[in-house]
Design a binder for this molecule. Structure first.
Ligand code: C5P
Length: 225
């Protein structure tokens, strides 16, 4: 039986660039499914921490293979449930982000998550958010976009996001954390953070979220309609 072709928009880029917000709006506009691949790494880390297996690669792989995760797009955020438990906020804390970025360097773990990620491609289409969506997971995606912004600008965006949620934050510390995360994500041996050769690179440093959204939608419309 010939499997149905599912169009994919791969949206990659470093931490804090605003991929999540853009993916949510683009997916809503196109009426497509969404894959927040970072949350799979975050959930694996959270779950492993809970049963003290963060340093055990075999157990990490078992956890990754069995992840029972559901994404539901709300108007302004992506709700994530894990085995029925609401973990939307629990996986966003910095500690989980750091653990996720550490375990994401393990090649066997990335391999274990590959099929899980590919399975999100269902009709009518998928908007995939991550670091290696265009390069590794969906190399045949029809549209690949790589968003960038300076670390200072990304830290400012993150700072504002935290303040809006009533969470205290320190801007210089956020810049350092982002640079450290970038360093880990771009220097790892397996699937480092790089733009796919055929990706459109958009530097969003001086763009508003509206402008980024409209630029991505223009490209999506010309590619998919
Ligand atoms: O995007 P997010 O910040 O939620 O991702 C958390 C971490 O998971 C990243 O810092 C990165 O190390 C890892 N990740 C990855 N590949 C992806 C998505 C996330 O290695 N496709």
């Amino acid at each position: 039986m010939k499997s149905e072709h599912v169009p994919v928009l791969a949206l990659d880029g470093p931490s804090g660039v605003g991929k999540g917000a853009i993916c949510l709006r683009v997916a809503a506009e196109l009426g497509w499914h969404i894959l927040d691949s970072g949350s799979l790494y975050r959930l694996t880390a959270l779950s492993a921490k809970r049963n003290s297996s963060l340093n055990n690669t075999l157990q990490l792989i078992e956890i990754a293979k069995k992840l029972d995760v559901k994404f539901s797009a709300e108007s302004d955020h992506l709700r994530i449930s894990f085995g029925g438990e609401e973990v939307t906020d629990a996986i966003r804390v910095e500690e989980v982000g750091v653990m996720a970025s550490k375990i994401a360097a393990i090649p066997e773990l990335r391999e274990a998550l590959l099929d899980r990620q590919k399975a999100f491609a269902k009709p009518p289409g998928l908007v995939a958010d991550g670091r290696d969506m265009g390069s590794i997971v969906f190399p045949r995606a029809e549209l690949k976009i790589f968003l960038t912004a300076s670390p200072e600008e990304r830290a400012k965006r993150r700072y504002k996001q935290l303040k809006d949620k009533g969470i205290d934050a320190n801007l210089p510390e956020l810049v350092i954390e982002l640079q450290e995360r970038d360093r880990r994500d771009s220097t790892r041996a397996t699937s480092p953070l790089v733009a796919a050769e055929d990706a459109v690179i958009i530097d969003t440093t001086n763009m508003s979220i509206e402008e980024v959204f409209s630029e991505v939608m223009t490209r999506a419309k010309s590619r998919f309609e």
